[in-house]
Design a protein around this ligand. Sequence first.
Ligand code: SAH
Length: 408
Amino acid sequence: MKKTSRLPVTLTAPGERALRAGHPWLFDGAIRSVKGEGKAGDLAVVFSVKKNKCIGVGLYDPGSPIRIRVLHGGGPATVNEDFFRKKLAAAKELRTPLLATDTTGYRLVHGENDGLPGLVVDVYAGVCVLKLYSAAWLPWLDTLLPLILEVAGSETLVLRLARVVENAARASTAGAGLTDGAVLSGHLPEEELIFREHGRQFYANVVRGHKTGFFLDHRDNRKHIGELAEGKEVLDVFSYAGGFSVHALAGGATGVTSLDVSGPALEQASRNVQLNFGGDPAVAGRHQNMEADAFDGLAELAESEKTYDLVIVDPPSFAKSEKEIPGALAAYRKINRLAVPLVAPGGVLVAASCSARVTAEDFFKVIAVALQVSGRKHKLLDKTFHDVDHPVGFPEGAYLKTVYYRIY
Ligand code: SAH
């Protein structure tokens, strides 16, 4: 049975411009006309209004404000097995340098940035976790599944669905039997598995964990923290499962505090510490948790006049929409101003932002100003962006920025 149809579409002038500029999203307001009813996953064939020739193809999603996710721009394309195999192989190729390291948890497909908008594939110790952010992919799963397994060199695949996609799946025939956490291929003995990141081990719950089970995007910064940690006292603020903390301990930190508001996240941090250093109680004993709201916790630590040689501040996204940007900048300002006094003379502050809405320029300015008003001498050490498995293919794809300062 054919699950999808071809859907001739025309765009408004700004819509055509966005497509020609290579943007992967065409919003509902950019659509001028659609010939037919249009189901989720139909192949939108976009025609230019003036010349009536095909200028791109994408996946149609009537339930999303991003009405078309562009698969190919600039002309027609045959979207079939071969088309997807080529995209997946190109994505794998890009990750070759990372896969040559002692790392088994990586992002194989980073959505629009790898030409597959709304589709993410993370691999943890050989298990593929396919996360869909658009119902448009549901009718394409039969085609995609064997290709993903083939390119990843894997046998097992777990499906993760964003809430809107899960709801759409429940209401559609294409989504029959597809639920968040379903094992669609192979066998998953445990929900949780162990993967490696530059020689360190971590648990990932691929069925129920945040995103696909772990925040892989900071891998390179975590490695860097490991390299800076020898003989240092480390404070890992917004630690989640202790990614930075484990690398710091492995790098020879004399003490590491993981601070998070979430008890379960800290429990996971302790488990990750045990996983790596369970056999070496002297190292594991250098780790402690602090369960607190970061804003209160940092103020409390400052009161006790405690200082650290390395302070990492990696909050969750503070801006989910345009109107939240000023509030997010204020929150970055506040949390980093609270962090500066905790940095011992000669120590390092590592400040990160994962808000796509907040530009790197604005974020770096906030941190620079926070340091200026502290009155302490400081030196910019480094600015880092995305690791190779999180390429940036369009402006909104650039979300992660981190800055390193030495503070005297
Ligand atoms: N640094 C982590 C990822 C951080 S994710 C890594 O490398 O893997 C953001 C974390 O911030 C989550 O664990 C969440 O529980 C925590 N968090 C959110 N709001 C918080 C708050 N107000 N105070 C402390 N922690 C908070």
